[in-house]
Design a protein around this ligand. Structure first.
Ligand code: MN
Ligand code: MN
Length: 466
């Protein structure tokens, strides 16, 4: 073999498409940037395990960056840096640009800040056989058996009968107690293990262990439950009836950690979709642009984007209309000119489960953020299926921004399926395509992503805003 390329080799280099590993493409300085960016992301993961905490984090980061709160009807002018809070559970951080809105539209990055978890029921507390438990109803698509026998933390709010809001966060500080969902020992698990994985643990078995000490009074029944109530009352002023108006979630108590000898990866709870929300937030907070850009961090994606904090709510459309009005622009023209990256995670190809993927079109770990032209299932049902013209436009932006990226499809045609917020934004007459980070073990209590893909996602947003 000579050093000189053969005619065929040269032709191949010129004509054939090959996915690139971002770590391989990155020079020393870029690798350093990839690793540095991941540190901030891990802090965000540890601070924000629920949509409420992610909203609080975004608001305080926005304030630090000189953004101020916006309310419907406020005047706006070019250069304004604003955030809009929706019920403490979703937030839109935005910059008003200098380009005319009717021609340039809005540049929207939409990602979600809710994540699969185990929610506490409204009448949850009971004791049985020396233990106190909270009944739960899981939130989002989980493999129920994965949520047993791991340390859990309790996060959320309780609205007391006088209307006072009490914030609860127990299990994150190393000195805190944690909580637990029981599983069966293998010695007695023969029948359990012979059934389908769906039935290993049933929904009504996902009871969270919260106590084991009786209240010292022989005159009462339910001493363990009473003791838990007593602790809750001492610490938070909560009575049992206050659970009726509470929103409490059990989430994995693990912090984010580097994974691998080379630290190329990050393991954490809730990469889906904080691995897109964090780059969306930091891209808009830290970078000036002539466009009007919005980072929409929304709730309820995991249960169908419903409710007044999910992307289907009119509140987001109202916000876009209010911005248009305040800038003296026709909203219909504005949204027709707008562009959106629906930024949600996708499945990373996993060689341990190769059979469910179509390798040519699956997202490969560390090959950059992944664009999904369509999601949906079997015949693209329920998919946004972005227009080739818009993809071409975004592709050009990424090329100009030096973004290492890839395309992706979630599993084999007849196997997979999934949805994102994309179709709801597209329904508003906004060009929209899905773009997000490939995830290993998506929806597990601890998921894995590549730091290279995280940073690629950030760079993609910068290119989109430029
Ligand atoms: Mn998601
Ligand atoms: Mn999800």
């Amino acid at each position: 073999m000579s050093d000189k390329k053969s005619k065929g080799q040269a032709l191949q280099k010129a004509l054939a498409y090959k996915k690139q590993n971002y770590y391989e493409q990155a020079d020393k300085a870029e690798r350093k940037a990839i690793f540095a960016y991941a540190e901030g992301y891990k802090n965000f993961l540890n601070a924000a395990k629920t949509e409420r905490e992610a909203t609080d984090y975004a608001v305080s980061a926005a304030e630090k960056a000189g953004f101020t709160e916006y309310h419907f009807g406020d005047a706006l002018r070019a250069g304004d840096k604003k955030y809009f809070i929706n019920r403490g559970k979703s937030v839109v951080v935005f910059r008003v640009g200098t380009l005319p809105l009717e021609e340039d539209g809005l540049r929207i990055i939409a990602s979600h800040i809710d994540a699969p978890r185990v929610d506490i029921k409204q009448n949850p507390l009971y004791e049985d056989s020396g233990m106190a438990f909270l009944k739960t109803h899981y939130y989002g698509g989980i493999k129920k058996y994965q949520w047993t026998a791991i340390p859990l933390a309790l996060h959320g709010v309780v609205i007391l009968k006088d209307g006072t809001k009490v914030t609860v966060k127990v299990g994150e500080d190393p000195k805190d107690p944690v909580f637990y969902i029981n599983d069966l020992l293998p010695h007695l698990g023969g029948e359990q293990m012979s059934g389908s994985a769906n039935k290993l643990i049933e929904g009504e078995q996902l009871n969270v262990l919260v106590g084991g000490m009786p209240y010292p009074d022989d005159e009462v029944d339910g001493k363990i439950k009473l003791n838990v109530l007593n602790v809750l009352h001492d610490k938070y002023g909560i009575e049992e009836e206050d659970f009726l108006s509470a929103e409490l979630s059990a989430v994995p108590a693990f912090p984010a950690r580097d994974v691998g000898f080379d630290r190329a990866l990050i393991g954490a709870y809730g990469h889906d979709d904080r691995v897109c929300a964090y780059p969306a937030l930091t891209a808009v907070l830290d970078n000036d642009t002539p466009h009007t850009v919005l980072a929409m961090l929304v709730d309820k994606e995991e249960i169908g984007s419903e409710g007044n904090t999910g992307i289907q709510s009119k509140v987001y459309e109202d916000l876009m209309e209010e911005i248009s009005l305040a800038m003296g622009a026709n909203f219909r023209k504005v949204r027709a000119a707008s562009k959106c990256l629906s930024s949600d995670v996708t499945a990373a190809f996993d060689p341990n489960f190769a059979g469910v993927y179509e390798k040519m079109n699956a997202a490969m770990l560390s090959c950059g953020t992944a664009m999904c032209k369509f999601t949906g299932a079997r015949g693209k049902s329920g998919s946004n299926d972005a227009n080739a013209e818009f993809i071409g436009e975004v592709r050009k932006m990424f090329a100009e921004g030096g973004v290492v990226w890839q395309t992706a499809e979630l599993g084999k045609v007849d196997i997979g399926g999934g949805g994102t917020v994309a179709k709801f934004v597209a329904n508003l007459n906004i060009d929209t395509v899905d773009l997000g980070v490939p995830v290993i073990s998506m929806h597990a209590p601890w998921e894995v992503i590549s730091k290279a893909d995280l940073y690629s996602n950030y760079k993609a947003f910068l290119a989109f805003m430029k």
